[in-house]
Design a binder for this molecule. Structure first.
Ligand SMILES: Cc1cc2nc3c(=O)[nH]c(=O)nc-3n(C[C@H](O)[C@H](O)[C@H](O)COP(=O)(O)OP(=O)(O)OC[C@H]3O[C@@H](n4cnc5c(N)ncnc54)[C@H](O)[C@@H]3O)c2cc1C
Length: 311
């Protein structure tokens, strides 16, 4: 598998990486795809809004994607990429292997970063019992399933006010849990009051509900009455799942802290492309897959010799 100069190494086998790998394999490019089996949506029960696959369990969707890539001759390796360097304009070297794993290097002419994001999640007891079923972070993904439900919103600051207002699309039974009393301004509180969104300035002690159905029933606070609710949405931010882009010196889009890409999904480093959640725009499976396909089209095009192109 090594001792090759691959056409492209794809790092990440979520919707973005797998979609790119499928197209690259169909372009008959020698492609190696790495993942360490921790897609962002591993806790979700089903992927909502993915046309033709609405509600499909994430593990099933990704397994199908991996099968489609390998059926076209693509290679997928489960190993963590721990290092990356640019040897020349047309030559990159990656290093794999974490902890006890064997360390290996692989070379390629192009690299696609599809490493995704990690969500910053609440650390209260009970969170994992309900995450992905009745505790969510994405109104676009799970708002529809909560129509007319009693929703607790966890977060602070003006961003969370916007997040709560967005949920009015599906329900007006909203309570914002603000664990940092200094985090909401008078204007923020006035805006929430305008739409009858209650604020509880309290710290969460635990989440309780039916463990078998993963149905949240209440938020218990360190002091005061519990909040009976049907779902909780949190807005605590995200961070890149890897720092490989930093090792390569890729420019960051300062407005969102994600990897800057041009219209061809190339980063500021020639030969390095990026797609999916790690780049700006909507964080949805369908968008990540589309961006992966776009990156593959341009990676393939960049590998076609100039002599083979029209004058
Ligand atoms: C709980 C939850 C529910 C969601 N629900 C929905 C939904 O209903 N509908 C929807 O459209 N979207 C949903 N999303 C969002 C959706 O999952 C993401 O937009 C999508 O997964 C992004 O795809 P991606 O390929 O960019 O990244 P990811 O799916 O996160 O994949 C990243 C890949 O990179 C790999 N990786 C990272 N670092 C390394 C490394 N150093 N070495 C090797 N491999 C590495 C990982 O192993 C993984 O394969 C949900 C997200 C969450 C967290």
């Amino acid at each position: 598998m090594n001792n090759h100069l691959y056409d492209c190494i794809v790092i990440g086998a979520g919707p973005a990486g797998l979609s790119a790998s499928l197209f690259l394999a169909r372009y008959r490019r020698r492609t190696l795809t790495f993942h360490h089996n921790s897609p962002r949506n591993e806790y979700a029960h089903g992927i909502h809004g993915l046309l033709g696959h609405h509600g499909i369990p994430p593990a099933e969707f990704l397994a199908r994607g991996r099968d489609e890539v390998t059926a076209h001759g693509g290679l997928i390796v489960e190993s963590c990429v721990t290092g990356i360097e640019q040897l020349s304009n047309d030559h990159f070297r990656i290093r794999t292997g974490n902890g006890d794993e064997e360390h290996r290097t692989f070379d390629a002419r192009r690299v696609l970063l599809a490493t995704g994001l990690r969500d910053l999640t609440p650390d209260c007891p009970g969170f994992r019992d309900f995450y992905g079923a009745s505790v969510h972070h994405c109104p676009d993904c799970d708002g529809y399933e909560c129509i007319d439900q009693r929703i607790a919103v966890l977060g602070t600051g003006t961003k969370t006010v916007g997040f709560a207002l967005k949920l009015l699309t599906w329900t007006n039974k909203l309570t914002l849990i603000n664990e940092d009393p200094a985090g909401l301004s008078e204007d923020d509180r006035a805006k929430l009051a305008e739409f009858d969104i209650n604020v509880r300035d309290q710290r969460i002690a635990k989440l309780e509900g039916d463990l078998r159905s993963k149905q949240l029933q209440r938020v218990v606070f360190t002091e005061g009455d519990p909040l009976e609710c049907d779902a909780l949405f949190f807005n605590l931010g995200t961070e890149p799942a890897s720092n490989l882009h930093e090792m390569l010196g890729c420019k960051i889009d300062e407005s969102c802290g994600l990897i800057w890409v041009d219209e061809n999904r190339q980063t500021s480093v020639e030969g390095v492309y990026a797609a999916g959640d790690i780049t700006p725009h909507s964080q949805l499976a369908v968008v990540a897959a589309a961006e992966g396909a776009m990156a593959a089209i341009h990676i393939h095009d960049s590998l076609i010799p100039a002599a083979q192109k029209p004058n």
